[in-house]
Each structure stands twice: as C-alpha cells, then as structure tokens.
Design a protein around this ligand. Sequence first.
Ligand code: HMG
Ligand code: MG
Length: 312
Amino acid sequence: MDLSNMATPSTVKLVEVGPRDGLQNETSAVSTADKINLINALVDAGVRYIEAGSFVSPRSVPQMADSDQVFAGLSPVPGVTYAALTPNLKGFERAIQSGASQSRAGQSRAMEVAVFASASEGFSQKNINCSIAESLTRFEPLMRAASEQGIAVRGYVSCVVGCPYDGTVAPEQTIAVSRALLEMGCYEISLGDTIGVGTPGHFKRLLDPLLTHIAVDKLAVHCHDTYGQALANICTALEYGIATVDASVAGLGGCPYALNATGNVASEDVVYMLHGMGISTGIDLDKLIAAGQFISAVLGKPTNSKVARAKG
Ligand code: HMG
Ligand code: MG
C-alpha cells in the first residue's frame, strides 16, 4: 500500500487488557480487591478503556471466576468504559446480571462487551471448543441481546497471522472472520497476534488487503510480544492509520490456550513510544508505571515492561 497519503494518528486510544488478558494467565491467585485496586490505579493514570474481566467458563479460566464481583466493585468514572469478554449469550447474561453496567449505588457505568473468534480453526477449537462457523452462530443471540440493551460489542480475531496449532494463517482467513464480525454488529475489530509471531512484514501483508475491505477506523491491534516484535508491529499499524492499540500493564499475561505465548506488549512501553512519537494518549506514564509496579508486587514477579525497569 502507498502510505504517502496516510497519516499516522495524532491521538491513540489505549485499550488496557491487563486485568483480563493479563490476569487470566497468572498462576498465582489475585484477590478481587487487588484486581479492583489495579483497575482504579489504571483509571487514575488516565486510562479510559479497561477490559476488566471475562464471563467465560470458570472451569476453563478459573482466574476470571470472580469477574462479577470485580465489576460490582468498580466506580463509575465519567469517560471511562469497562469492558467484559463474553463468549456466548450465557456470558453476556452473566455480565448484565452481575450489574456490570450498574454500580451498587445504581449509577450507570459505561460498559461494553467483547466477543472473540479465531482466524484459524485449530485455535478456535482449543480456545472455545467449537469451529469458527459455530462460534459466529453462538454470537448471534448475544449480538441481538446487546443491540436490544444498547450495549456496544467489540470483536476480537485471534491468530491473525499465525496459529499455535495450524501454523501460518492466510490474510484471507483473517479478512473473512473480521468482516463476518463487523456484519454481525461489532463496532471494531481487534486484530490479535495471539502468539506474537508477526513481524512488520506480516502485518503489511495482512493490512494491505484487509484495508481494501474494512475502514481503518474500525480496526485495533492486539500484539502479544512473544518474539519481541510487538512495538514494531504497532508502529506498522500506526503508519496505516490504526489509532486503537491494545496493551497490558506490566506486559502481563498470555492465553491459556496458546502455550508459550507471553503477555501483550506492556502498556508502559507503548505509551512511552507513542509520546516519543508526539502521539497523545491522555495517560500519565509515571502513574501507569506505578499501576504496573503495584500488580507486579502482588504477583511477586518482576515487570515485563522495559520502560518500567529502566525508570525504576
Ligand atoms: P463449551 O464446553 O463448548 O460450552 O465451552 P457449552 O455451552 O457446551 O457448556 C459447557 C459448560 O460450560 C456448561 O456447564 C455451561 O453452563 C458452561 P455444565 O452444564 O457442564 O455445568 N458455560 C459457561 N459457564 C460460565 N460462563 C459462560 C459459559 N458458557 C458455557 N459464559 C466456552 C465453551 C466458550 C464457554 C469455553 O470453551 C470457555 O469458557 N473457554 C474459555 C475461553 C477463554 O476465556 N480463553 C481466553 C480468552 S481469549 C484470548 O485470550 C484471546 C484474546 O486476548 C485475543 C488474542 O490475543 O488473540 C481475546
Ligand atoms: Mg490476547
């Protein structure tokens, strides 16, 4: 693609996925109170979109079993959206029943949900126990219920360039699943490099054809950093005009169904890079680092953020 007439965005929306994508993969138990403390610290740092938990099978992902209590404990803050990962109608109903969109005091809280499909059959089967086509069918009643209740739905596509079970993933597969999710009513697609194998070359080979089908303002990138390529891949996405970037404070996490995959790129490292590029995020880097230090201390392990280590 000719990038000469495409502007790198001047502002980026950071989607903080640490409390969900990060903590879902931690072996040590994190208390509900500490999850809420982490989310509050992120809000205090200026993060305005936080994926706070997931309503999946507690047998599959026990670390997220207390998401209802986490959501119930979150304070409504003007401009802040809390999101929940929901794999099916049951997960959506649990999110609503747990009061995810209402605080105890009855004040409304901005809330969204996210559905997640895979571009590869192997990961779809392992992660959500069904084929790609079946997963899309499962989302239909969820999408209807969300639409009736006025709740926005974000869509993830995992394994956009590579799959731990199927190997290389062709751009056509990612494009087809992304289009299907948008047609179902998702307002945005987060392109997940679940196992972090992508390079700027992979992202260019994906984004060139993908952007002939999907508008750039409907896209986000979600880069795990397993091979140390995440910041380079995010830079590539920025060059194409993508202005929403997922990241995880302290570089926490991974996916229980993508063994060896490390966490998402650290939010601190993304924010440091964006600010250095003159791109605003509305986030206070020092406070973000403090949020990362807090959760790293809770987990009893060093941060995966290079910026936090350098400044610490
Ligand atoms: P299933 O076994 O096919 O579902 O699981 P089922 O409908 O046959 O139900 C089986 C049992 O699960 C039943 O319970 C259901 O009630 C229960 P039983 O009757 O046996 O006692 N169940 C649920 N319980 C609670 N909440 C629910 C729910 N749904 C069914 N929502 C299912 C299908 C998707 C539920 C399961 O495979 C699952 O929960 N998988 C976990 C998936 C997950 O959380 N993966 C990690 C997140 S995805 C990710 O990290 C990637 C991402 O970051 C992007 C990227 O990096 O690429 C988003
Ligand atoms: Mg992920």
